[in-house]
Design a protein around this ligand. Structure first.
Ligand code: 13P
Ligand code: SF4
Length: 330
């Protein structure tokens, strides 16, 4: 069987409608990016939610945990171009400070990470420690470097309960996603999880009514839900998984129809990679994940922008918290 062309692959995507002209432009940009990658000795790592035409030129595509681990292992490349959001590029710089880390568009922030300013987290932790002297601060990777620096350990959607279980502390301030905090609390009832009152605006929009309606019309569907979704949405899931957990599940399970309840980029990636299965639309768009274009990626490598820096006094404690997570995840 012959390999599908880029145009054929992109026709399977539901979020965008690509014309032949669009795809011809992507191919020209891909060639330019390949040449610049060589010139800069760069690798491109991309998050699962990114635009499909960017995933197609990435050296590695994954979830937050995979990307952090991957970035920490980059040894021969001088430049890591991070096709993700700001906290992800910052994490790469924290764990691999001798590389140049580029974020192609500074508009790629994260509303969830921004909902927990470091001063407020520090103040709440100090207040709670009066009542719970053993309090540990556990931060989701979707946080700023300054929050990571004041955390005991970091978690991602792929390992949160497992990491929390390794802690000796009973009392845990879990920052910033309350839905992930509740998901963890249900799995580790022996811990007292105190959630920060944050949520992701993308996942929070998804309602149980919407999911139940889709399932009623299509009872064979297997439903995969991201843990940033509301608990009443997670309760309807066949599995609650990180984005790459969803990719593995959909590839490995015998089911042929899936509802992937998360940002739309995930269903698009699956539609391209698993053409013999169906991914029913029930997703929402993250404007931060979609702001970066293929031109931005080209310009970033051409002009070496935008370089992510983390001051050493923040980077060192933030790296400690991240490395503890890597250790706990082994
Ligand atoms: P994952 O780590 O599961 O890819 O999630 C990242 C994210 O930002 C979800 O909104
Ligand atoms: Fe942040 Fe939500 Fe977008 Fe993920 S989907 S990057 S948590 S705003």
């Amino acid at each position: 069987m012959s390999m599908p062309t880029l145009f054929e692959e992109l026709q399977r995507v539901r979020t965008y409608e690509y014309t032949e002209e669009d795809v011809r432009e992507f191919e020209i940009l891909h060639d330019e990016i390949r040449a610049l990658k060589k010139k800069r000795n760069a690798v491109i790592v991309a998050h699962n939610y990114y635009r499909p035409e960017i995933l197609k030129i990435a050296d590695f595509v994954g979830d937050s945990l995979e990307l952090a681990l991957m970035a920490s292992e980059v040894k021969t490349a001088d430049v890591i171009l991070f096709a993700g959001v700001h906290f992800m590029a910052e994490t790469a710089k924290i764990v691999n400070p001798s590389r140049t880390v580029l974020l192609p568009n500074l508009g790629a922030g994260c509303q969830l990470a921004d909902s927990a300013p470091a001063e407020d987290v520090a103040a709440l932790a100090a207040k709670l420690r009066k009542e719970y002297p053993d309090l540990a601060v556990v931060s989701y990777v979707n946080t700023t470097a300054a929050v990571k620096a004041l955390s005991d350990i970091i978690v991602t959607s792929a390992n949160a309960a497992k990491v929390v279980l390794t802690l000796p502390n009973k009392n845990i301030l879990f920052v910033p996603d309350r839905n992930l905090a509740n998901h963890v609390a249900a799995q580790v009832p022996e811990k007292n999880i105190i959630p920060w009152d944050g949520f992701c605006y993308v996942h929070q929009q998804i309602t149980p009514e919407e999911i139940s309606r889709i399932r009623r019309n299509d009872p064979e569907l297997e439903i995969l839900v991201h843990p940033e979704c509301r608990p009443d949405v997670a309760a309807l899931a066949d599995a609650v998984l990180s984005t790459s957990g969803m990719v593995r599940w959909a590839k490995e399970r015998p089911a042929s129809r899936f509802l992937v309840v998360t940002e739309c980029g995930l269903s698009d990636r699956l539609a391209m990679e698993v053409p013999d299965k169906q991914f029913v639309k029930g997703c929402k768009l993250c404007t931060f994940m979609k702001v970066t274009t293929l031109e931005d990626v080209r310009d970033a490598l051409r002009d070496m922008k935008y370089e992510i820096e983390v001051p050493e006094e923040i980077r060192v404690p933030a790296e400690r918290a991240l490395r503890r997570m890597f250790e706990a995840t082994k």
